[in-house]
Ligand binder design. Sequence first.
Ligand SMILES: *[C@@H]1O[C@H](CO)[C@@H](O)[C@H](O)[C@H]1NC(C)=O
Ligand SMILES: *[C@@H]1O[C@H](CO)[C@@H](O)[C@H](O)[C@H]1NC(C)=O
Ligand SMILES: *[C@@H]1O[C@H](CO)[C@@H](O)[C@H](O)[C@H]1NC(C)=O
Ligand SMILES: *[C@@H]1O[C@H](CO)[C@@H](O)[C@H](O)[C@H]1NC(C)=O
Length: 355
Amino acid sequence: MAYKLLKSLEVVAISVLFVILQNWANAKPQVPCYFIFGDSLSDNGNNNNLSTLAKVNYSPYGIDFPVGPTGRFSNGRTVVDFIVENLGFTSSMPPFAESQGENILNGVNYASGAAGIRDETGKHLGDRISLNRQIQNHKIIILRLLRLMRNNTETRLLLNQCIYSIQIGSNDYINNYFKPEFYGTSRLFTQMQYATLLVHQLSNQLKTLYNTGARKFAVYGLSLIGCAPFAILEYGTNGSLCVDKLNNAAAHFNERLMPLVDQLNNDLPNAQFTYLAPAPDSTTFVTNGSCCTIGGGGGELCLKNSKPCSNRRRFIFWDGYHPTEAWNEKVAERAYSSESSLEANPFNIHKLAKL
Ligand SMILES: *[C@@H]1O[C@H](CO)[C@@H](O)[C@H](O)[C@H]1NC(C)=O
Ligand SMILES: *[C@@H]1O[C@H](CO)[C@@H](O)[C@H](O)[C@H]1NC(C)=O
Ligand SMILES: *[C@@H]1O[C@H](CO)[C@@H](O)[C@H](O)[C@H]1NC(C)=O
Ligand SMILES: *[C@@H]1O[C@H](CO)[C@@H](O)[C@H](O)[C@H]1NC(C)=O
């Protein structure tokens, strides 16, 4: 009797589990696909096989990620990983370097550590995939999608509905303009001219993406790069809290990027661009200092196999430049759902998805 009861409970439990799994598998994401362009903040493995100092497929990176080190520049998930979850996808987009077969149908991640808007950016660290090359890679993916879907109209429609995430520009400063020993840009341009030049080039790159069928764009402003522990170590603060010249440079860039987003919305038919500058509350976080022991890469990355801090959920910075999973989660939450026009203008990612 007891055995029979247990047996039928087991059947019930298994059926419930089955239904849950089925719903989970059938739950549709809010957009059919998500394409990711950018630098180390978004990279999820594209640099792993490149000859560069800017790669992190080693411990302690990924210490809080289910499968360990993947090439993500964090202890766990990145901002785009959290956006992917918020949008209702059940798995993250493959890095372009590992894209194959049907795994490209929900989107691809093209981002590459040390990459910039300008092709030469990051070259002193080794190989990297500049934004121009990322866009070329996207064109390769579109050809593969056309072949997979066998219906050009449907492929076009699909590409129109995807979200395109673009977070890039920090390296054009920290691995270009402010490294005069490797790059000539600071001798050729004033900071104002350089910001104008970068945003102009980014404008052309966004228009190229638009011409491939992209319509929904999430474009990120630069964060306060001058407050990163490695920036402070490298440049000094001259009595300020952060490196003012880096933060001022980021502000010049953002001041030009914001109106560009409005202009593209006006100029390009059916385009939906939004500008994101997430600013989570940092009061419960340690805002200075890195969680891991830095010295790898160009000096800003964690040392291989070093033991990181144990209170990782309290730190903003995981290594010398890149945030912890805990901070990335907060940033993603603001980008996805903030109602403040200072953080998401004209709309947050949740609204962008619904348009
Ligand atoms: C790196 O190369 C290895 C061996 O050739 C391959 O199995 C792997 O998929 C590549 N990964 C990336 C991210 O390119
Ligand atoms: C391609 O897709 C469109 C839109 O769904 C449909 O109207 C059309 O019949 C399809 N063409 C072919 C050849 O299947
Ligand atoms: C350091 O700060 C002082 C006082 O604010 C200022 O006069 C000086 O120009 C600064 N030096 C640098 C290198 O920024
Ligand atoms: C961070 O700030 C705290 C409090 O101001 C200070 O005690 C600590 O030494 C600082 N750590 C670093 C790495 O600068």
